[in-house]
Write a protein that binds this ligand. Structure first.
Ligand code: SF4
Ligand code: SF4
Length: 316
């Protein structure tokens, strides 16, 4: 590459200008330790029905299989916390009709729709500044170990509940990664600040965090209510704490999320679907569902999944 025009400072300034809250830089190396952990996790079948996790293992391990000239990963975080969080909910228990709770990442507009636009703008701007800048970006779809790169790029550390935690904004943030042919100064990694805390492990109602830093998706309410295509096993009846789509318990109890709650600046993340009335879900037609959730992450569960979850919570 001829003279470098882009610097860390320029990328940080542009990423913030387009709305990202966190920015870090990691060297595009093979993810040795992380891919070994993932292989062990897959061998134990902890991915449950998420067969896509088994595909493209070599690309997950080595981003050069995605972008041959890759030199760096720019990892980006976008805060989605709003103070309507369930742990602050003053109306808790006051609803008359049986309702199911929605994980707070899915209250508003689908984050993919928001972040893809932000990434396009950012990458276009960086290419305008230096046409030598090449990039491929991902937001949790595609063969990229997004949390591993966020940790390596210093956005935070991997908590025992397996979400990335940042000292300033906790774990309520989405991760996007840009793989690029550009060299940067690499960020320092965060130490692990979980210490002796086990609040997330103790609070998980289905014992899905089977050991520190390992979640068995077969037991996790998030998986069981969203990605799962089968029936929900009876063994978890009465353990769901009214979660209809996703689950926030392990993040809600984390001291790092209670310490510094900072509101997201993205209005589209504010609640549109915080709770759903179970009987109303059961009456939805395919057309109603498509219309109501067309820009919501809830569409991921499909109407059949949402109805299955409603029946499960009604204990039918
Ligand atoms: S999301 Fe819920 S079920 Fe899954 S590990 Fe966290 S507390 Fe347990
Ligand atoms: S609840 Fe405690 S152990 Fe779990 S991720 Fe947060 S700090 Fe770490």
């Amino acid at each position: 590459m001829a003279t470098k025009i882009l610097s860390n400072e320029i990328v940080i300034q542009k990423a913030k200008q387009f709305g990202f809250d966190l920015v870090g830089f990691a060297k595009a190396e093979i993810l040795g330790k992380e891919s070994k952990n993932m292989k062990n996790w897959l061998q134990k079948n902890y991915q449950a029905g998420m067969d896509y996790m088994e595909r493209n293992f070599e690309k997950r391990k080595d981003v050069k299989k995605i972008l041959p000239g890759a030199k760096s990963i720019i990892s980006l975080g976008l805060n989605y916390y709003t103070s309507d969080n369930y742990s602050n909910d003053k109306n808790k228990g006051k609803t008359c009709l049986p309702v199911g709770k929605v994980s707070c990442y899915a209250w508003g507009k689908d984050y993919h729709l928001i972040i893809w636009v932000m990434l396009d703008e950012l990458e276009e701007e960086l290419k305008k500044i230096d046409p030598q800048f090449e990039s491929i970006s991902y937001v949790d779809t595609g063969p990229v170990m997004d949390k591993a790169w966020a940790v390596r790029a210093g956005l935070g550390w991997l908590g025992k509940h397996t979400n990335v935690i940042n000292r300033e904004i906790g774990s309520w943030f989405f991760i996007a990664n840009i793989i690029t042919n550009y060299d940067f100064n690499y960020s320092e990694q965060f130490p692990d600040f979980c210490g002796t805390c086990t609040a997330c492990i103790d609070a998980c109602p289905t014992d899905a965090i089977i050991q520190e830093y390992v979640v068995d998706a077969n037991k996790c309410i998030s998986y069981l209510t969203i990605e799962n295509k089968s029936e929900i096993p009876d063994e978890f009846k009465n353990k769901f704490d009214n979660w209809l789509f996703g689950c926030d318990i392990c993040q809600d109890v984390c001291p790092w999320n209670q310490k510094f709650p900072i509101e997201t600046l993205i209005k589209d993340f504010h609640p549109q679907n915080k709770e759903l009335i179970l009987d109303e879900v059961l009456e939805l037609t395919e057309e109603d569902f498509k219309e109501r959730f067309k820009t919501s992450p809830i569409k991921r569960a499909k109407l059949s999944g949402l109805k299955r979850n409603s029946l499960y919570l009604k204990n039918i």
